[in-house]
Ligand binder design. Structure first.
Ligand code: ATP
Ligand code: MG
Length: 148
């Protein structure tokens, strides 16, 4: 079905913002927001995982930046936090089932969220990449092809 990307993101942010009092989810996108043909449920699942992680692994008061950029053929989502970061040695294993980085401390989780996200992204011929600096923050880049 056709969805308006900006409307979709704004309502997801509104929904996720309710789950946290202590973080700000800051959304930004380009001027035009195209209507695209994308799987709503899939997109919601992937973005919810990434934004929830950004919240969970950030200190109270942190800002989560969520950005949407797209052209005719591709949509790119950036989810960036100012949280605990991920040790470099752990970054290649993030998408493996049950993997948790060595610096999670008392933050609980099963280590399955990103493994499932990665499978969904692969199934839709997308890409997901991570850049992170320990103690500084993490940025996930999700790229999905648009089928016009
Ligand atoms: P859950 O299955 O409940 O999501 P989880 O959050 O531990 O548990 P994943 O979402 O798969 O599992 O993430 C895997 C690991 O990657 C996390 O345990 C954490 O070490 C690291 N991680 C993921 N996102 C971030 C982030 N934004 N900042 C820091 N570390 C992160
Ligand atoms: Mg998670």
């Amino acid at each position: 079905t056709m969805i308006n990307l900006e409307d979709f993101c704004l309502s997801l942010v509104e929904e996720l913002q309710i789950t946290t009092n202590n973080h700000i989810i800051a959304f930004c996108s380009q001027a035009q927001s195209p209507n695209v043909c994308l799987d709503k449920k899939l997109l919601r699942h992937i973005l919810t995982n990434l934004i929830s992680n950004a919240i969970k692994y950030s200190p109270q008061g942190g800002t989560v930046h969520f950005e949407l950029v797209c052209d005719r053929t591709t949509v790119v989502f950036y989810i960036q936090d100012q949280g605990i970061g991920i040790p470099e040695v752990d970054q290649t294993q993030l998408f493996h089932s049950f993997f948790r980085a060595s610096n999670v401390g008392t933050i609980s989780g099963t280590g399955l969220g990103l493994a499932i996200v990665k499978k969904s992204v692969d199934l839709h011929s997308g890409k997901i990449a991570v850049e992170s600096k320990l103690g500084v923050g993490t940025k996930f880049t999700l790229t999905l092809p648009l089928n016009n």
